[in-house]
Ligand binder design. Structure first.
Ligand SMILES: *Cc1c(COP(=O)(O)O)cnc(C)c1O
Length: 369
């Protein structure tokens, strides 16, 4: 017997149909659909305020933003970037696609983020940067990373795709590091259908990214010196972003309620580990990951949920250093990341998830672990 209803692992938050239509209506008059239009400017300014950053540079998606951020630093070819394998492949691809070498560092078993105590032994005279990832709304040890970067003169780039709206000690998370990437993909806490941005307090890097994302063309020069792609965000994306930003506090509040209910239903089982919230961090409740005793149990729970039309995601699995495409770079073992990737499962999680659905998911999880 299976219930007919589907529960997806994620579901995009959306403004009302009317709100979006009202926002885009003007585009039928102006006929200005992309290339830094009115909506793009308004969205960018609203984000500079919301994310607390001097510069926000918008992109067509988060991955292109990350590629542009790395490109803007102009590192010598084949330089090394210390990074985490416990992430979405986008992070690692962005390093390799910039002709740089990813050096994988293991993670901390509680926060699932790069372990600062393991970084220094990986630094060589070719190391230029640390590309760290805030995971599920948990943040990296930003203070330790800043110390290491300062001591060794490295840039810090954060993949903050999971950390939109997260604050640490009262400050927006974009305050840390040289550059941070936020993804506005439809499945994220906050979205503009597809989209993304880089935050930076460095005006020079922001300027370079603005030129880079538009084929390397600047407003003032006839022939630029950057060989850029087309990574521009369009007005329909920006309009969706403007609408969703009006509701971001509601979205995060509903996610917190879902988080609290999940925790109360699952915490009694001591063979599963739940992600705990970090001190001094205002989370955005991005995902609800559960860590099972071993790989067998994880896969069994995944299959049972699937039989009941409930989506769950082995996220992240496998670690990015285990991808075939990364075999040339997979030199250092990262056993903690590997072990976690084999035991973790992200359960359905979104702002409109009902209490009944959460109860049903938890019932199936508890019966099978
Ligand atoms: C979603 C995501 C990306 C890619 O962002 P897109 O907007 O989908 O291109 C990169 N890194 C992480 C950790 C992500 O979750």
């Amino acid at each position: 017997m299976s219930n007919k209803k589907n529960i997806n692992v994620v579901r995009s938050s959306m403004p009302s149909f009317q709100e979006y239509v009202d926002e885009i209506k003007v585009l039928w008059e102006t006929r200005w659909l992309t290339n830094s239009g009115e909506k793009h400017k308004l969205f960018q300014q609203s984000l500079e305020t919301f994310l607390g950053s001097k510069n926000v540079v918008l992109f067509v998606n988060g991955h292109s933003a990350l590629e542009a951020a790395i490109a803007s630093c102009d590192f010598p070819e084949k330089s090394e970037v210390i990074t985490t394998p416990f992430t979405f492949i986008s992070t690692t691809n962005s390093i390799v696609r910039n002709n740089l070498v990813p050096v994988f560092c293991d993670i901390d078993c509680d926060t699932f983020t790069i372990d600062p105590s393991k970084i220094e032994s990986l630094i060589t005279d070719k190391t230029v940067a640390i590309l760290a990832v805030h995971v599920y709304g948990n943040i990296c040890n930003v203070e330790e990373l800043a110390k290491i970067a300062k001591k060794h003169n490295l840039k810090i780039i954060y993949d903050a795709a999971h950390a939109f709206g997260v604050r640490y000690k009262g400050f927006p998370i974009s305050n840390y590091g040289d550059l941070s990437m936020f993804s506005f993909h439809a499945t994220k806490v906050f979205h503009s259908i597809e989209g993304g941005c880089i935050t930076t307090n460095d005006d020079h890097l922001a300027k370079r990214m603005n030129i880079y994302k538009n084929f390397g063309l600047s407003d003032t020069s006839d022939g630029g010196d950057l060989i850029g792609p087309n990574f521009k965000m369009n007005e329909f994306q920006a309009s969706m972003g403007i609408c969703n930003l009006r509701h971001i506090h509601e979205y995060i509040k509903s996610r917190k309620n879902a988080y609290d209910l999940y925790c109360s239903l699952l915490k009694t089982k001591n063979t599963i580990k739940l992600m705990s919230l970090q001190p001094n961090v205002e989370s955005n409740y991005s995902y609800f990951p559960v860590v099972f005793e071993n790989n067998c149990v994880r896969d069994k729970v995944f299959e049972e949920l699937k039989k009941n039309n409930i989506g769950a995601r082995k996220y992240f699995y496998p670690c990015t250093n285990e991808f075939n495409s990364m075999r040339l770079f997979n030199k250092q073992p990262t056993p903690i990341a590997k072990d976690l990737s084999e035991r973790v499962l992200a359960l359905p999680f979104y702002s409109e998830l009902s209490s009944d659905d959460i109860s049903l998911v938890c019932k199936i999880v508890l019966e099978n672990c």
